[in-house]
Design a protein around this ligand. Structure first.
Ligand code: ADP
Length: 308
C-alpha cells in the first residue's frame, strides 16, 4: 500500500562553530555540510526506508538545491513525481550552527514551502485513492494543512498530524479531521496550555485533545517513552534503551514507523512500538534522513528487543 506525506522539503546548511556568534560578530566555523531536511521530507524518508511505498507532495524552488533535494529523496526510494518546482521563489532552507557544547542556532527560510497550496492539493487528490495514510506536519501554511486533512478525510484515508513545530493552538475545526495527532511534550503543552513533562500530564493533555475531536492522541516523551489515548484504551510504551548520540528527527522517524505499521495492518499499540523503535534507532545516528533505519536494521532491532 502507499503512504503520502504532504509537507515541507528543506535543504539544511549546517556548520560547527566553537561558540555561537554575538550580534555583529563573524566566527570561523568548520565541518560544513548540506543535507536534505524538512519535517515532511524526513517523515517520507523514514517511511520509505522502513519499507512502505511513499509519495511526497510539496515544493522545491527555483535554484540549484531543487535538483539535489529531489535526487536525495529518490535515493531513499521516495516518489517525487508530485513535487512541484516553484519558479517564483527559492527552496526551503535551514541554516544551522552547532557549537562545541551542542547548543544550536537555526534559521529556517521556508521559501517554496510557504507557497504549497491549491495545485499541491490537486496532486494530493490524485494520489489519495491508492493510499492508506496521509502524513501532515506544520511547516507549510496552516490553511493548506487543513485543506489536505479535509480531502484526506473525505477520501477515507488515515490522517496523521504531527503538530510540529509548535505553533500554539490549532484551529478547533482541524481536530475532527485528524485520526491520529502526535505532539511531543512541548507541542502538547502549547496545544493544551499547561506544562507536559511526565506521563501523568501527557495523559491529561491527550484526553483534552481527544475531547476536541481527534480520536487517537500519541504524546512523544523523548527517552521517557510514549503515552497513547485511543477511543478504547490508554497506554504507555517505554522508550527502547539505546546509546543516543543525536535525537534530531527522532520525532519524524517515529511518525514514519507508526505509519508503516498501520499501513501493514498492525494495531495502534504495535504501531506505537514501531514508532518508538524507529525513533530510538534514529537517535543512535547523527543527522536527520541519514539516521533513518533501513528495514533490515529495523527488523533486527525489534526482534532482539521484543524477544528479551
Ligand atoms: P521530537 O523529535 O518530536 O521531539 P521525541 O524526542 O519525543 O520527538 O522522539 C520521538 C520518539 O523517538 C520518542 O517518543 C521515543 O520513542 C524515541 N526516542 C527519542 N529519543 C530517544 C532516546 N534518547 N532513546 C530512546 N528512544 C528515543
Amino acid at each position: 500500500m502507499t503512504i503520502i506525506v504532504f509537507g515541507s522539503i528543506n535543504i539544511d546548511l549546517a556548520a560547527k562553530t566553537p561558540r555561537l556568534p554575538q550580534p555583529g560578530e563573524t566566527i570561523i566555523g568548520s565541518n560544513f555540510l548540506t543535507a536534505g531536511g524538512g519535517k515532511g521530507a524526513n517523515q517520507a524518508v523514514a517511511a520509505s526506508r522502513i519499507g512502505t511505498f511513499t509519495h511526497i507532495v510539496g515544493r522545491v524552488g527555483n535554484d540549484k538545491f531543487a535538483e539535489e533535494l529531489l535526487t536525495n529523496l529518490q535515493s531513499y526510494g521516495v516518489n517525487t513525481e508530485n513535487v512541484l518546482i516553484d519558479k517564483t521563489t527559492h527552496s526551503g532552507v535551514a541554516i544551522i550552527a552547532v557549537d562545541d557544547s551542542g547548543q544550536n542556532n537555526i534559521i529556517v527560510i521556508p521559501g517554496a514551502n510557504n507557497n504549497v497550496g491549491a495545485a499541491d492539493i490537486e496532486c494530493l487528490k490524485k494520489l489519495l485513492p491508492q493510499s492508506t495514510s496521509l502524513l501532515l506536519q506544520l511547516e507549510i501554511p496552516l490553511e493548506v494543512v487543513r485543506k489536505a486533512a479535509r480531502v484526506g478525510r473525505e477520501a477515507g484515508v488515515r490522517v496523521i498530524l504531527d503538530p510540529a513545530p509548535a505553533v500554539g493552538d490549532l484551529p478547533i475545526e482541524l481536530y475532527p479531521l485528524i485520526d491520529i495527532i502526535t505532539p511531543n511534550e512541548v507541542e502538547a503543552g502549547q496545544l493544551v496550555g499547561f506544562a507536559v513533562n511526565d506521563t501523568e500530564t501527557a495523559m491529561a493533555a491527550a484526553k483534552q485533545l481527544q475531547e476536541r475531536g481527534v480520536e487517537n492522541v500519541i504524546v512523544k516523551l523523548g527517552d521517557r517513552g510514549v503515552v497513547a489515548v485511543t477511543a478504547d484504551e490508554s497506554f504507555f510504551v517505554p522508550a527502547f534503551a539505546v546509546e543516543a548520540i543525536d535525537t534530531v528527527a527522532a520525532g519524524d522517524a517515529f511518525n514514519g514507523g507508526l505509519a508503516c505499521a498501520l499501513d501493514g495492518g498492525r494495531s495502534l499499540r504495535e504501531a506505537v512500538v514501531w514508532g518508538a523503535a524507529a525513533g530510538a534507532l534514529c537517535a543512535t545516528k547523527a543527522g536527520a534522513q541519514a539516521a533513518m533505519p533501513d528495514r533490515a536494521t529495523f527488523d533486527r532491532f525489534l526482534q532482539n528487543r521484543l524477544i528479551a
